[in-house]
Design a protein around this ligand. Structure first.
Ligand code: COA
Ligand code: MG
Length: 295
């Protein structure tokens, strides 16, 4: 599981170098909204070179956000970067899971061309950027093992809605965007993949970020997108289970193992059933990342 995924504009060598030295679990090298259209060819080249270069931190994954399937640019984006072996592709502006399936077909062809194992270039989908995607939710499980996670964004959605405000004065999400966030969480759970919370744009507001990441973790997200290196440390901390949580999870798993076949056990005077076991396993899985085992 990826705790922190740092967006880096694909045309900035300086930021790419800086991002590689960060503690982000993954980088998202961006060819979409953070790159001016006239810079796109240069950005593709820059991203491919970066991917071909040595890894500063071997465990750090490298993903590429391409342009959407309707952009007229996605095939050129993919043709430029897949041979440089990114860990995966982040797909924006989908209208439904069908758009992600189209990307999967493109990847199948390119994997053959590049001699890569089928399914090895994975996919993370940004599921909430169009109203259509929110009205046609679900179906992401059809991507199978290629799908690594789902995430959400509100910039494009707010433009499509004509919404003038995305957050209330206290920083909490306005209703339409809270609905989008919840939709992403449900879609990820239905597809049995990681739910990754969206961006917190106020990159100087550490407290606000910590609060939002904490809420995300509480609700079931297991990672969060970042746009600035300063956001990585608080995000990693929020999605790393504490020693006490890990200890308790170990004890829950042990209690079930000690009574094979039991659907329910008692621990510290409390009833624990299967959902508790599932939750404990998830905590241990999340802890595995922070101990450096990767996903
Ligand atoms: N990745 C790598 N390095 C980054 C970075 C990022 N996302 N954001 C900032 N940095 C670097 C800066 O280059 C700067 O390095 P330098 O001192 O060596 O020049 C350092 O971190 C401090 O940056 P700071 O001055 O605090 O911010 P900024 O004004 O330079 O940049 C943004 C602010 C928002 C433009 C920048 O954070 C950014 O480009 N973020 C990513 C945007 C993006 O990809 N958006 C698409 C998804 S929503
Ligand atoms: Mg966008």
């Amino acid at each position: 599981m990826l705790r922190s995924l740092l967006f880096v504009p694909g045309d900035s060598e300086r930021k790419l170098a800086k991002a590689a030295a960060s503690a982000a679990d993954a980088l998202i090298l961006d060819l979409e909204d953070s790159v001016a259209p006239e810079r796109l060819p240069a950005a593709r080249q820059c991203v491919a070179e970066f991917l071909r270069g040595a890894r500063e931190r071997p465990a750090q994954q490298r993903w590429v956000r391409v342009n959407g399937v309707q952009s007229g640019e996605i095939l050129r984006d993919l043709a430029a970067v897949v041979g440089a072996r990114p860990d995966g592709i982040v797909l924006p502006k989908v209208r439904s899971a069908q758009d992600a399936l189209l990307l999967a077909h493109y990847l199948e062809a390119l994997e053959v061309r590049e001699g890569l194992a089928p399914g090895s270039v994975r996919i993370i989908v940004i599921t909430t950027e169009t109203p259509e995607a929110l009205l046609a939710p679900g179906g992401y499980a059809a991507l199978g093992a290629r799908l690594a996670g789902l995430t959400w964004g509100m910039e494009d959605l707010s433009a499509a809605l004509g919404a003038s405000v995305k957050r209330e004065e206290d920083g909490s999400l306005a209703a339409p965007f809270l609905a989008a966030r919840t939709c992403c969480l449900l879609q990820a759970a239905a597809a049995k993949v990681q739910a990754i919370d969206g961006v917190y744009a106020g990159f100087r507001d550490r407290q606000g970020l910590e609060r939002e990441a904490e809420r995300a973790r509480r609700d079931g997200f297991t990672g969060k997108l970042a746009i600035h290196p300063d956001q990585i440390e608080p995000i990693n901390a929020a999605f790393t289970p504490s020693a006490e949580e890990v200890e308790r999870a170990r004890r829950i798993v042990a209690a079930f193992e000690a009574t094979p076949g039991a659907g329910v056990v008692g621990l510290d005077g409390q009833m624990l059933d299967r959902p508790h076991l599932e939750h404990a396993r998830r905590v241990l899985e999340m802890a595995g990342v922070s101990e450096g085992k990767g996903s």
